[in-house]
Design a protein around this ligand. Structure first.
Ligand code: HEC
Length: 146
């Protein structure tokens, strides 16, 4: 009898511990995921920043505020890319990717002064690289929002 009681107590303590532990295991995994995605974001932003300085700063400026050396010769001023989130209310990841890639025209009519980068990056490194470049550029732009 005493053994049975001890066994039952042991089982319930064991179950109790498992249930206690479960959420914290999830919590740790969640933290790790977060740390991992923060690290990936940082890496993406770093890589995006390099591409940005090379291909985008001429118009958008090294600070991305729209005052690059080529800006003066354009009909339309390049967007201040640090204000996208303020203007849209929420950072529009998909829209930005599409604008850079060229799937979205920036304005409904007329000529688009913003170059189409999707085909350029594809020519440079293939479809996979084009996607990665555009993702990294978008991550970079997201990282500089004010
Ligand atoms: C030849 C000049 C030029 C270059 C180079 C350029 N852009 Fe632009 N970009 C513009 C102009 C002008 C606009 C304003 C929209 C328009 O064309 O009406 C714009 C708009 C944008 C927008 C839209 C912002 C919004 O909120 O709607 C994004 C995003 C953007 N550029 C990203 C980039 C990235 C990333 C690069 C480099 C890969 C780049 N641009 C290179 C001229 C340029």
């Amino acid at each position: 009898m005493a053994r049975k009681v001890i066994a039952l107590v042991a089982i319930s303590v064991g179950l109790f511990l498992i249930f206690q532990a479960a959420p914290s295991v999830e919590g740790v995994a969640g933290e790790q995921d977060k740390a991992k995605s923060e690290k990936q974001m940082k890496k993406g932003a770093e890589m995006g920043s390099k591409i940005f300085m090379q291909y985008c700063a001429s118009c958008h400026g090294v600070d991305a505020k729209g005052g690059g050396p080529v800006a003066a010769s354009l009909k339309k001023p390049p967007s201040d890319l640090t204000m996208v989130e303020k203007v849209d209310g929420k950072f529009p990841t998909l829209r930005i990717q599409r604008v850079i890639g060229g799937e979205d025209v920036v304005e409904p009519h007329g000529t688009r002064e913003m170059p189409v980068w999707g085909s350029f990056f594809r020519r440079k490194g293939g479809e996979g690289f084009a996607k990665m470049d555009i993702t990294n550029l978008t991550t970079y732009i997201e990282s500089i929002q004010q």
